[in-house]
Design a protein around this ligand. Structure first.
Ligand code: AHM
Ligand code: MG
Length: 332
C-alpha cells in the first residue's frame, strides 16, 4: 500500500511482490536507475555554474548536436548499470548500436534490457528549462546465458515490464510504473532521498491543455490541423490553453497532473514525426495507460506497434483519454 512520505527504497521493497518474476533483479535495476538519476541531477543542477554546457562537438545518430550533459548522463546511466551487472543489454538514444553486457561474474545471466533516452530535451539546458531521462525495461526474449541480440530490444511496448522518467525540474522527480499504477517520488536533495509525493498518479479523463509545436502547423496532416482548430474554437469548455515546453517529460508530466494532451505528429518533412518509439514513446505510453490516459500514433495504440529498428520514430499523441480519442476521430 502506497503511503505518502514513504521513501522510494521502502516502496521498492514493499512492492517487490508485484514485480513479475519477483527475483529481486528488477528491484535492483530500479535502484540503480534511482542512483544514476541522483548523479545526473547533481550535474544538471550545476549546468549554469560550470563550463559544461554547450555542444560537445559530436553528432549523434539522428544528426543532432550532442550537448556535453547528454554525454555525461549517457555515461552515468551506462556505467551504473554496467558496473552493478544488473542488465544484459542497454540501448540509448546516444548510441548507434545496443550495448551487450556480459558481466564479470555471470556470463549474460541477467534477464533485463534497458532502453533509454538519458537526457531528453537537452537543448533546454542552456536556458535553464527542465529536462528529463526516460527509460523502458523489458525481459529478454533470447535465452539467458547467451549474448543479447537485437530481438531483445525490438519488442512492442505492451511487453514492457517497467518504465519511467526522471524530471529535473523545480524539484527532481522519479515517476515509474511496473504495471501496477504510476507513482511519483520527489528527491530531497539535502538528504539524497526520494519520497513518495504523488501516489497513484492519474491522468484526468478530460483536460484543457494542448501541447504541440504549432510552428510546424503548415506541415501537419489535415486531421491534426482540424484538431488544433477545434482546441481554439470558442465552444463549450474551449478554447483550450496552449502550453509547450519542448521537453517531452515536462510537457507530459504537467498534462498528467492537470489534464491535457501532447502531440508530435508526422509532418510533410518528417512523415514519422520526431520522437523515437522505443525509448521516448513506449515508456511514456506505458506510464500514460497506467495512469488512465492513452497514447496513439493517431490511428493505433503506440504500445502495439512492432518495432523494426532501434531508433525508429513514430508520430505521437499522448494524454487524457477523451482528448486522445478526439484526435483519433479527426484522423481519416
Ligand atoms: P531530443 O531527444 O533531441 O531532446 O528531442 C526530443 C524533444 C522532446 O523532448 C520535445 O518534446 C521535442 O523534442 C521538441 O521538439 P521541437 O523542438 O521540434 O518541438
Ligand atoms: Mg530525446
Amino acid at each position: 500500500m502506497a503511503r505518502k512520505n514513504q521513501t522510494l527504497g521502502e516502496f521498492i521493497i514493499e512492492n517487490q511482490k508485484d514485480f513479475p518474476y519477483a527475483s529481486g533483479e528488477l528491484s535492483r535495476l530500479i535502484n540503480s536507475i534511482r542512483l544514476a538519476a541522483k548523479m545526473v541531477n547533481h550535474e544538471v543542477n550545476k549546468a549554469g555554474l560550470v563550463d559544461i554546457t554547450g555542444a560537445a562537438g559530436e553528432t549523434n545518430i539522428q544528426g543532432e548536436d550532442q550537448q556535453k550533459l547528454d554525454v555525461l548522463a549517457n555515461e552515468t546511466f551506462i556505467n551504473t548499470l554496467t558496473n552493478r551487472e544488473i542488465v544484459c543489454g542497454i540501448a540509448s538514444e546516444e548510441n548507434d548500436e545496443f550495448i551487450t553486457i556480459k558481466g564479470q561474474k555471470n556470463d549474460h545471466r541477467n534477464n533485463y534490457v534497458v532502453l533509454m533516452d538519458p537526457l531528453d530535451g537537452s537543448s533546454n539546458i542552456d536556458v535553464n528549462v527542465s529536462v528529463g531521462t526516460i527509460f523502458s525495461i523489458y525481459r529478454r526474449v533470447t535465452p539467458t546465458g547467451t549474448p543479447v541480440t537485437i530481438e531483445d530490444f525490438l519488442q512492442p511496448g505492451n511487453l514492457q515490464v517497467a518504465a519511467g522518467y526522471i524530471i529535473y525540474g523545480t524539484s527532481t522527480m522519479l515517476v515509474y510504473t511496473t504495471g501496477h499504477g504510476v507513482n511519483g517520488f520527489t528527491l530531497n536533495p539535502a538528504l539524497g532521498t526520494y519520497y513518495l509525493s504523488h501516489p497513484n498518479m492519474k491522468f484526468p479523463d478530460d483536460g484543457s491543455i494542448y501541447s504541440v509545436n504549432e510552428g510546424n502547423y503548415i506541415h501537419f496532416p489535415q486531421g491534426i490541423k482540424d484538431y488544433i482548430k477545434y482546441c481554439q474554437e470558442e465552444k463549450e469548455d474551449r478554447p483550450y490553453t496552449s502550453r509547450y515546453i519542448g521537453s517531452l517529460v515536462s510537457d507530459i508530466h504537467r498534462n498528467m497532473i492537470k489534464g491535457g494532451i501532447y502531440l508530435y505528429p508526422s509532418t510533410s518533412k518528417s512523415p514519422n514525426g520526431k520522437l523515437r518509439l522505443l525509448y521516448e514513446c513506449n515508456p511514456m505510453a506505458f506510464i500514460a495507460e497506467q495512469a488512465g490516459g492513452k497514447a496513439s500514433d493517431g490511428y493505433r495504440r503506440i504500445m502495439d506497434i512492432k518495432p523494426t529498428e532501434l531508433h525508429e520514430r513514430t508520430p505521437f499523441v499522448c494524454g487524457s483519454k477523451n482528448m486522445v480519442e478526439k484526435v483519433e476521430s479527426f484522423m481519416d
